[in-house]
Structure formats: C-alpha cells, structure tokens
Design a protein around this ligand. Sequence first.
Ligand SMILES: *Cc1c(COP(=O)(O)O)cnc(C)c1O
Length: 254
Amino acid sequence: MLRRTMAEFDVKAGLQQVLKRIDEVFLQRPKEVQTGKPLLVAVSKTKPAEAVIEAYEAGQRDFGENYVQELEQKSRHPDILAKCPDIRWHFIGHMQSNKINKVLSVPNLSMIQTVDSEKLATKLDAAWSKVQPAPEQQLQVLIQINTSGEDVKSGIEAKDAPALYQFIRSNLKHLNLRGIMTIGAFGFDYSNGPNPDFVSLMQVHKSICEAHSLDPDSALVSMGMSNDFDKAIEMGSTVVRVGSSIFGHRAAKT
Ligand SMILES: *Cc1c(COP(=O)(O)O)cnc(C)c1O
C-alpha cells in the first residue's frame, strides 16, 4: 500500500484511511462486544515534528511516543507548541524509574499506558503529586499486561493484573486508572483464529469490570497496531495505537 507524493508520505490520507477503517469495523463488529468507540492514538515515533503537525491539522489530537528522549524533544518543539495547543501525548514505551520526572514534565502529557508494577505506580503517583498542573488533575494511566508471556516484553502477567488494578484504585489518589493495554506478540497468523493476546486482554477486562462493578465502557482496552487494529476492534479494543499506516514506514532504530 504505497501512498507517496514525491518523497513524502501523505499523512492526512493515511490518517483518514485509518479513521474510516476504524468506523467501518466498529459498526460491523459482533453485537455482543459492548465496549465504546475506539480512540485513535497516532504513534509518531521516529517521525519529525512536521508529520505530527500535519496529522494535528487534519484533526488528530492523541499522539503516542515510546522513547523518552524523543517525547521530551518533540513535545517541546517550538512549532508543535505553537501549532498544536490541544495535543495529547501518550507515553507507550517502557518506563524506567529514573525517567519518571522527564516523562511527567512533558507539556500536554495525557496518559501513561505502560504502568506494570505497584512500585512504578507508587513512584508515579508521588512524582505527579509534585508536578500536577492543577490540584485535582489526576494523571491518566493504563496497566500494561504482558499477554504473550515473552520475557523481553514489559508488562505484568495477566493473572496479577486485577490485584494491581485494585491496588492503584484504592491507594494512589493522584492517578486516574483508565484501563489496560497490551502489545502482544508480533506477526500472529490470523488464519489460526482469534489472537490469543487480544483474547487474554479482554478476559482481564471482563474480570476487572466484574470485580469493580464497572460497565464495559468505563475501563479502556488499548490493543491493536497498524497490522491488526481492525482485528482488535472486532474483539473490543477501545484504544488503537497506529503508527506506520498513518505516517509511513519507519527506518529501523539503530
Ligand atoms: C510502534 C508502536 C505502535 C505502532 O506500531 P505500528 O505497527 O507502526 O502501527 C503501537 N504501540 C506501541 C507500544 C509501539 O511501540
């Protein structure tokens, strides 16, 4: 699928195609899937500020980055500050404790999608209480779950996620726990049936909703990327994180 004008990728066209596909799949998915309409987080990692501005000017507001340094730089880019006042940044990368203050000082930070331990959550809560722009303004977070059980992936094990959910809700008053996320294994072959990572995340979603008497809409489920956001939405995803389908291929990170 090549959408190139000269040397540049047409970000606006990419964005519009993704939004259209999200709508289509959302309307056609099975009736028993009861979660809300998905939010698109445009993953702009490795892409320049101009690409972010192009997507913003086409109406996109939520953007995701997974490298701390890149998020710091891009969020403070003078053109982004000037032209994208309502941008909402999502941190979707692995969070190291020693980077917490850097991430929390990002202008227009909206959500951290990768909280995966009591320790990290507690540190985030304490750090946010010192920098929060307004006293009642909680930091939105998701719990990252390692549904594929791969050692290299961060995230808490699915079986331990409900306890972490409980812990954050009862103890950390500066955090607004919005839901759960997974990255999942790459390259799943859909001819083998439903993606087990998505199945597993939806099971955690169900048990959390039951334990806290939430309706399915009140806990977000972040799953699905360029190659499988449609499959994720069919199963109940409410946050899709899409990069290359909007911004074009990324050069491999060296
Ligand atoms: C890079 C990345 C994405 C987007 O990947 P694409 O395949 O380009 O859509 C989504 N989520 C996370 C955590 C990522 O690191």
